[in-house]
Each structure stands twice: as C-alpha cells, then as structure tokens.
Write a protein that binds this ligand. Structure first.
Ligand code: OGA
Ligand code: MN
Length: 304
C-alpha cells in the first residue's frame, strides 16, 4: 500500500526555525516500521534535532520496540532517587510522571518528586553518564489541563552564533557532569552515601561534533558543574553564561502536549526542560524511552 511513501516531515515553525523541530505525519509508530521509514526518521532527527508525532497510542512494549530502531535502550536506573522496589514501570522506561508505584500523586514534599523537579532546569538527558544518551522518546499518556509544556533549545544554532574567540576558547574544554550538581542548584543536597557514589561526576567535551552531519554543538546541561583546569566559580559563571546564551528565545521552541503525542529529541544537539503544572492535584503521565549513546564524548576530541 506504499506506506513508506506517505511519511513526511515539515518544520513546525518554519519562519522561526526552518531546521529545528519537525512534525512527522503518515506513519503509525505502534506497528513495525519498514527500513525506509526508520531511515527517514533517523535522517529527520539529524536534520531537525526534535521530531513531533501525534496520535501514537503506544503500549510500553510498542514504545520500546519503536525506540530500538535507533540503537540500544538505555537502562532507566541510576538516574534518580526512586528505589527499584518503588518503580511503577519497567526498567526500559523512565517514569516522567508525578505518580508513585501505586499510581497515587506524589505528596508535595515527597523526596522523589523534589528530586524529579530537576527536569525543570535546562538539560541533556543522561549527560551525568559517561556515555550520555543519543535520543529520548517521550510519550504523553495523560496530560494536565494546564501547564507542563516541554521546551527545547537548539545547541547547533547556539554554537554557530558564538563569536570566533569564544569558539576557539571552548573548542577543547572538558566539563564534569553530575546529578549532585544539578540537584544542588535547587537546594536538594541530602544525598545518601550510596547516591553520592551512584552520581559520581563524569567528563564530557563542551563542544561536540555530530557524527553524520558534521555540525558542531554546545554540550551544555544543568548537570555540568566544572571545567577541567578551571577554578570552580569561574567555570560555573562561564557555564551559566553559555546556558543563558544558548536558551535565548530565538533558539527555543515550546511543545504544548496533546495526549498520545510522541516527541523525540537528540540529546547530542539539543537541551530541554519541563515547565510547571498543577503537580499535586493533576496527573501528568509521561513515559520516556532512551536510546543509549555509542561512545564517550571525551574520545571525540581525537576523532573530530
Ligand atoms: C525528560 C524530561 C521534560 C518534561 O523526559 O527527560 O526532561 O516536560 N521531560 O517532562
Ligand atoms: Mn530530560
């Protein structure tokens, strides 16, 4: 029936961002993809950095199966303070909801909720891992009546807009990322010894080069708390400055969710953040699969 021919991708906001955030139509992601469809979506990710699909009524298993088209699934443990015994979902799925293991809303001062509020800071998923994430795929199963947008920022455009002196200065800088740092920014610092070990800082290049397009991007994240060889206050002031630059409205897009949207983003080329919503009174059930990265960015120094 020519299914493969009906997939098309259009910029969501062509006037503001001709090559950032595409909307895909003509494909049912709950069913196995043809190789052409999978290749078209991967190419769309390389071009747009973020892809939006509507009306994808996934089960968890279907979402995992679709995600596998793009690489290995990242194990969704070690990224928060929720105990294994308190998980609501399987370990292939990151639980981005405000629900506990019994499908009850978290209390306002629940430690797990307070930790998860870190998603409201600009970040790249799993940049606190030595091998950080390639793609994230977020499925909206239930959405609140207001708030809860997800915002994206284009780290390629942000890099391109830097002046030449700054580009030269940052070219080979290496940063350290940790959940201890991003949560510390929100005043969350009562970590257990086990959590401190689990969240040991990892190193990443500040500038990365996309393996297919060759485009450079700023690899920033709320988890980044130091620059190797720099005094900490100077590093943090500079990183804050870069984040401010990179998240200007002109590099940014807000996604307003509809139920059953699937939004997929490339963590190597974008940052994102959640926005507030009435979290203690309304359910927001979002489920994320994550495609693992393939190598540490610090090796890209030689490769690039
Ligand atoms: C995530 C995330 C933002 C949101 O799923 O990684 O940061 O809006 N989500 O829930
Ligand atoms: Mn995230």
């Amino acid at each position: 029936m020519g299914r493969a021919n009906s997939l098309s991708i259009q910029a969501v906001d062509p006037a503001a961002h001709p090559s950032f955030v595409g909307e895909v139509s003509g494909v049912d992601l709950t069913q196995p993809l043809t190789p052409d469809e999978a290749a078209a979506i991967e190419a769309g990710m390389d071009d747009y950095g973020v892809l939006v699909f509507h009306e994808q009524r996934f089960t968890d298993e279907q979402q995992v199966a679709f995600s596998r088209n793009f690489g290995e699934i990242e194990h969704a443990v070690g990224s928060n303070v929720t105990k294994l015994s308190e998980r609501r979902l399987g370990t292939d799925i990151a639980d981005i909801s405000n629900l506990d293991q019994n499908n009850q809303l978290f209390a306002r001062d629940d430690r797990r909720r307070m930790f998860n509020l870190g998603n409201q800071l600009w970040h790249s998923d799993s940049s606190f891992r030595a091998i950080s994430a390639k793609f994230s795929l977020l499925s909206a199963r239930q959405i609140p009546s207001s708030g809860g947008n997800t915002e994206f920022a284009d780290m390629r455009a942000a890099y391109d807009a830097l002046d030449d002196a700054t580009k030269a200065e940052i070219e080979d800088l290496v940063t350290e990322h940790s959940l201890l740092y991003s949560r510390g920014l929100l005043g969350f610092s009562d970590f257990t010894e086990e959590e401190r070990v689990m969240f040991t800082p990892v190193r990443h290049r500040l500038v990365r080069t996309h393996s297919v397009t060759g485009r450079k991007s700023l690899f920033l994240s709320s988890h980044a708390g130091s620059i190797l060889g720099w005094p900490v206050p100077e590093a943090r002031a500079f990183l804050r400055d870069l984040v401010e630059h990179a998240t200007q409205p002109k590099f940014r897009h807000a996604h307003a969710w509809r139920q059953w949207d699937l939004v997929m983003w490339d963590n190597r080329q974008t940052m994102h953040r959640a926005r507030r919503y009435p979290e203690t009174t309304e359910v927001r059930d979002m489920r994320r699969t994550t495609v693992a990265g393939t190598h540490p960015t610090v090796e890209q120094a030689q490769a690039a």
